[in-house]
Write a protein that binds this ligand. Structure first.
Ligand code: PA5
Length: 428
């Protein structure tokens, strides 16, 4: 089938053998049983596995209606959130949104940059604004501060009734300050399910509502994830690409490849890389273990990071993220003088050059001692992005179990917060 996600493993010779794959198979089996029988560590957070199949038509319609209203009544929509309540939405929007060009969507609460927030509000001072604030706990510092400031900004523009139409909260069903605030002020709410952790929540209203606000086909995203879910149930690693990828990563890790670089060849997939980093870092990096996930945007980073990847310490492997269909939107023109000597490319697409760069990079990096695999989606579409999200989610779950950790907790992220709250004098 043409729109199938492919894992191409052509550049592993000498690094991962058939025997290695046989050797690790019992661990794939164990991970599979943890997931399918739902009896492994973190089993209470497996809600993401069924999201694409179980999502309710009523919820999809509600997201479509709310997003259509916000879009219709606003010049700009601010999405407030951080981490798992931000990166999936941003990945979807950067990859797919037709609004990307007209900059209708803004992000806030994803850092503590004072000037960025102030600059955004300056830019938006004469515009009609709506807000989708996203926080599962409802208490995370960055989005809570941003929401307080943005809400204050909106209160100066709109009376309480108008404000109600312009603020939508995505949060826990019943707990947390954001839920309490939404109830008190009459803001519309969407629920983040209890059994879905932040980094696995892109296919809930966390990622879908902002995507819909940005004009993305969210039904396509869900359909793609559902398709990939069906392709990810087999224990056979020749069929189940998530398990194959998880097995290869763990084999490479045990052979000293401690860093994985996810490299895209399309800048619009940049935030898929950011989303992927959170998914893998928070799921695997604990108990003194974990592959360090890094990401690159090629060809841009071939002119910088490319040097280290080609010739630096041989402690890394690479995963390329590419699309199969060539884009035909930017042909290279012929030029009579040919002063830049580019006529040999005249009539070819920019994307053709990009593809050759990709092929060349995979081969050169392999020859330089960097084993690599390629994850190939058919095209940059909602369906294929949905496939990709589910592929990586299933892979990290299996990979984390193979690494011997609980892939669904993140106790380490609290350490700096405790110190920060003490420094800020937060009341206990
Ligand atoms: O994965 C995680 O748990 C974190 O990245 C959270 O998503 C992030 O801290 C935001 O949390 P919340 O949605 O509670 O505001």
């Amino acid at each position: 089938m043409s729109n199938k996600l492919i894992l191409d493993t052509g550049y592993l010779d000498g690094f991962v053998s058939g025997k290695d794959l046989e050797g690790i198979f019992s661990e794939v089996e164990k991970a599979h049983s943890f997931l399918e029988e739902r009896n492994g560590p973190g089993k209470e957070f497996l809600g993401w596995m069924d999201l694409p199949a179980d999502i309710d038509e009523g919820l999809i319609k509600k997201m479509e209606e709310t997003s259509a209203r916000l879009d219709r009544e606003s010049d700009a929509i601010i999405i407030i959130g951080i981490g798992g309540s931000y990166l999936g939405a941003r990945a979807v929007i950067e990859a797919l949104s037709p609004h990307l060009v007209n900059r209708k969507i803004f992000f806030a609460g994803c850092d503590l940059s004072c000037d960025r927030l102030a600059d955004m509000l300056d830019t938006l001072k004469d515009k009609d604004i709506s807000v989708n604030v996203i926080s599962k706990s409802g208490t995370t510092t960055e989005p809570a501060i941003a929401f307080r400031i943005v809400e204050d900004f909106l209160k100066k523009k709109y009376d309480a009734d108008k404000l109600k139409r312009r603020v939508v909260c995505t949060t826990d069903r019943e707990r947390g300050a954001l839920k309490a605030m939404a109830d008190k002020k009459g803001y519309e709410t969407f629920v983040i399910p209890d059994d879905v952790g932040g980094r696995f929540s892109v296919l809930t209203p966390v990622g879908l509502l902002p995507g819909a606000c940005a004009g993305v086909d969210i039904r396509g995203l869900i359909a793609g994830a559902k398709d990939q879910r069906e392709r990810s149930v087999s224990l056979d690693i020749d069929e189940n690409m998530s398990y194959r990828y998880a097995a290869i990563r763990n084999i490479l890790y045990r052979k000293g490849k401690r860093i994985e670089v996810l490299s895209n060849f399309d800048g619009r997939l940049r935030y898929v890389g950011q989303w992927w980093k959170q998914l893998f870092a928070e799921s695997e990096g604990k108990d003194g273990r974990g592959i360090f996930p890094a990401s690159c945007d090629f060809t841009t980073d071939l002119h910088s990071m490319g040097q280290l990847i080609q010739q630096g310490e041989r402690n890394l492997f690479e995963t390329f993220l590419v699309t199969a269909k060539e884009s035909e939107r930017c042909p290279i023109p012929r030029c009579d003088e040919d002063l830049d000597s580019l006529n040999y490319l005249a009539g070819k697409q920019v994307d053709h050059v990009n593809r050759k760069a990709c092929e060349a990079t995979a081969e050169a990096h392999f020859e330089g001692g960097v084993p690599n695999v390629t994850v190939r989606i058919d095209e940059r579409s909602a369906f294929c992005l949905g496939q990709l999200f589910y592929f990586f989610e299933k892979a990290v779950a299996a990979s984390g179990y193979m690494l011997g950790v609980n892939p669904f907790d993140q106790p380490g992220v609290e350490a700096y917060k405790r110190k920060m709250f003490r420094l800020l004098g937060k009341p206990l």
